[in-house]
Design a binder for this molecule. Structure first.
Ligand code: FAD
Length: 318
């Protein structure tokens, strides 16, 4: 299986097209998800990312009246979906691996599963805080920051396991990490955020995928600052087309991004979400054309289970 960085170096400057998908809610079928991905295969994504979702605590009242707190994973299945994607579409799957909810030992076992499946790309993340807690808390014996998880993967690539004395067969993971053109919401400043991003790359990250953004100037400034800080790895912009009026307020709340006034104005003029979706497509096409002219290595789309608008953008730019 090919590494993301190899796809980039072999592309001879041609912009790659890739997507991220989210596992279905527990109990739902995978068929719909795979069918939604299928039309996008026309644009030959070399890799498809699959997100990982930590457990959330639900509260259930027991017959005796007491409240039981039960940790459940609402979207399990990342590893299985990766296997299905590789089998059905002959693409490389890039599972996301997260610190949240995992001990180091559990992470090691998952990396071994991925290695056995022939997967050798991972996007390494800390993971979001549990919704009910609000601040990130690692599982006891787990990692606090993505940089620590990157170190663990790098060690496995050297054949170093956590507890075994003997040298193991080395894994061969190409490691991606997250970057935030508009700052990670917990970082006290842009300066510290760059400092920690640099630490992730120094620890062994081979490429960066950014948080979504709608204003290309934010991305350009981010790339320039990365280069000035000595971060030389490929930086792939993450993109999501605006598709509803509600997203004008929800996306900034969830992803801590800025909506350009021009996009807000155009979306607010729309009578319904069908029209907003069209505005989002047109914005996306312009955004992508500008990014391609800037020389980005790829365009990475957050599909969030819907592919028709991503398909239209791809048709408009490739
Ligand atoms: P880190 O790099 O660990 O940074 C977290 C915060 O801590 C930042 O504010 C950083 O500045 C700070 N920091 C870093 N190192 C240190 C240090 N040593 N000391 C003090 N502060 C430090 N979440 C999921 O749960 N599942 C997914 O599949 C998923 N996929 C994503 C894909 C992409 C492309 C992106 C951009 C995000 C994704 N997320 C996902 C969300 C991500 O987990 C959150 O944004 C999370 O809050 C931070 O993750 P990180 O890997 O950037 O963390």
């Amino acid at each position: 299986m090919t590494k993301v960085t190899e796809y980039i170096s072999q592309s001879n400057g041609k912009t790659l097209f890739s997507i991220e998908i989210i596992p279905p809610l527990k109990g739902q079928s995978i068929v719909q998800l795979l069918d939604s991905v299928e039309p996008l295969m026309e644009f030959k994504p070399p890799f498809v990312d699959v997100t990982y979702h930590r457990e959330e605590v639900i509260e259930k009242q027991q017959p005796n009246g007491l409240i039981q707190r039960i940790p459940i994973r609402k979207r399990p299945g990342t590893v299985g979906i990766c296997a299905r994607l590789m089998e059905r579409f002959k693409v490389d799957a890039v599972p996301h691996i997260i610190c949240g909810g995992f001990t180091r030992e559990e992470t090691e076992d998952m990396l071994i599963d991925l290695h056995y499946l022939g997967i050798n790309n991972v996007l390494v993340l800390r993971g979001d805080p549990e919704k009910s807690v609000g601040v990130f808390k690692p599982k006891e014996g787990g990692h606090c920051y993505a940089s620590e998880l990157i170190e663990q993967v790098v060690n496995m690539n050297k054949g170093i396991l956590l507890h075994e004395e003997t040298h193991a067969i080395p894994t061969n993971f190409c490691i991606g990490t997250a970057g935030y053109p508009e700052k990670h919401f917990e970082a006290v400043s842009m300066d510290t955020d760059f400092q920690y991003l640099k630490a992730k790359v120094d620890a062994g990250a081979d490429f960066i995928v950014t948080q979504m953004f709608f204003d290309n100037q934010m991305f350009f400034r981010f790339v320039e600052r990365c280069r000035a800080e000595g971060i030389t790895v490929p930086i792939i912009p993450g993109l999501k087309p605006l598709s509803t009026k509600k997203q004008l307020t929800i996306l900034p709340q969830i992803f801590h991004l800025n909506m350009p006034q021009e996009l807000v104005r155009e979306a607010e003029k729309c009578e319904d979400d069908k029209d907003v979706r069209q505005v989002g497509i047109e914005w996306g096409v312009q955004q992508c054309k500008e990014l391609m002219a800037y020389g980005v290595p790829g365009l990475h789309f957050y599909t969030m289970g819907k592919s028709d608008n991503v398909l239209k953008i791809a048709q408009g730019v490739f």
